[in-house]
Design a protein around this ligand. Sequence first.
Ligand code: PRP
Length: 183
Amino acid sequence: MGARNREAQRVLIRRSAIEKRVKAVARKITRDYKGQRVHLIGVLKGACFFLADLAREIDLETSIDFISVASYGKGRDSSGQVRLLKDLDTSIAGLNVILVEDILDTGRTLLYLLRILRQRKPKSLRVAALLDKPSRRVVPVKGDYVGFTIPNEFVVGYGLDFAERYRNLKDVCVFAPSSDQPQ
Ligand code: PRP
């Protein structure tokens, strides 16, 4: 890890393990949807790295789109209200949609997205998440394709940020802030 990433101390999941697992998830998707097209929807911004790697490993006709949401407060006790910032570019009616997330935390974002996407009548709707923190869940949602189940630690890298930084780390790291670093 270089100087630019001094705060992010401990590697939790190495890039090689991520690569291997992304390939395995893509193989499973390829088997599950054999002979069909899939439409991947990435949830900005965190999921863009996972989506880019996953899409290239799926051996099916594949299209992609992105959606962006924001939540008011991220804590377990916050309202967790979610609002739409950027909608999809195209209709998903009749498509095999796979919603692609970097992480499932409280589950509120996913619950909101599943609700609005179901209304648009996709042929099928599943969820792929690189990381899952089930211990944080406050609403009953789960991923259909999960890369790694992780403990309740603050993680950055491979799309995940702290104040918009560290998304470009190749490993998933446990974030350890140091007080003498400029933010
Ligand atoms: C993160 C993540 C999920 C959501 C999960 O996004 O990408 O979308 O939080 O949290 P939840 O399960 O508690 O709803 P974030 O709002 O941090 O935006 P980002 O992807 O742009 O970093």
